[in-house]
Ligand binder design. Structure first.
Ligand code: CA
Length: 258
């Protein structure tokens, strides 16, 4: 990507939000489809699980709901097909079934370029956070195995932290809050944290929507089957076609955001 394109995107963001400068301090990474190449497995598990419970969710549609909480996805299908929301018990049962099925599938690979990018981010002095709608219990263990020495448990937002989930800005607002607590614990000077201290990295339309609604400079990485417009139309500030592409351009991006 050309430096001028990045410069233009940053200038536009600053103008729209009334910031004089960026001062990037933390980067909030979505997990599925960004850090792991796991969306195919999720789409398949959702489709099979819903069919097991007499509900219809085609695999392609699962990509459209990517980023929602399990409860959010179940309720969209339940309301459409049965005219009512699922009960708390039903949601738990369906989500448990989906997670169990997902866990029987071959583990998704690390997204090519993701670890290299995270190392560059950390070396630049930017703190990486994970912000995901996923609620798997083995999540932290798996992140640490695949991305050694990158993430901290107190700088993660998962399904257990949120009420609404993406596309609501809540997960990213909680991420900023966690970083605020973390940086105030680490630093002598109580820092004032504002959205221009962050970037969001997302692969899904609803995720981009959440990052933009949180007021954060949102970088889309189009790793799936959707057209670029699906992400740009939600307000993504920049778009890369893979994590490797973003990784190769990190220095240029950081130069404009630091
Ligand atoms: Ca995702």
């Amino acid at each position: 990507m050309e430096t001028t394109e990045i410069k233009k995107a940053v200038e536009l963001y600053k103008k729209e939000h009334g910031y004089q400068k960026m001062e990037l301090r933390a980067s909030m990474f979505d997990m599925d489809g960004v850090l792991f190449d796991s969306m195919k497995n999720h789409a398949y598990s959702w489709h099979k699980t819903m069919a097991h419970f007499g509900l219809d969710l085609p695999e392609w549609e699962a990509y459209m709901h990517e980023g929602r909480t399990g409860a959010g996805t179940v309720n969209i299908v339940s309301k459409r097909q049965r005219g009512k929301e699922a009960t708390k018990e039903e949601i738990e049962e369906i989500y448990r079934y989906k997670s169990d099925l997902f866990n029987t599938l071959p583990q998704a690979e690390r997204m090519p370029g993701a670890y290299e990018l995270l190392c560059k981010v950390k070396d630049s002095g930017v703190i990486p956070l994970v912000v995901t709608g996923s609620g798997q219990k083995t999540l932290l263990e798996r992140l640490n195995k695949n991305f050694p020495d990158i993430f901290r448990s107190d700088l993660m937002v998962t399904a257990y932290d949120v009420t609404f989930g993406k596309p609501n800005p809540e997960p990213y607002l909680i991420g900023m809050e966690k970083f605020y607590t973390f940086s105030n614990r680490e630093c002598e000077n109580k820092a004032k944290i504002t959205p221009n201290h962050f970037i969001v990295v997302e692969n899904a339309p609803l995720g981009v929507q959440a990052g933009v609604a949180a007021g954060v400079f949102t970088i889309a990485v189009n790793t799936g089957p959707l057209p670029d417009s699906a992400l740009l139309d939600q307000g993504a500030n920049l778009l890369f076609h893979s994590m490797q592409d973003f990784c190769d351009n990190w220095e240029k991006v950081f130069e404009e955001l630091k």
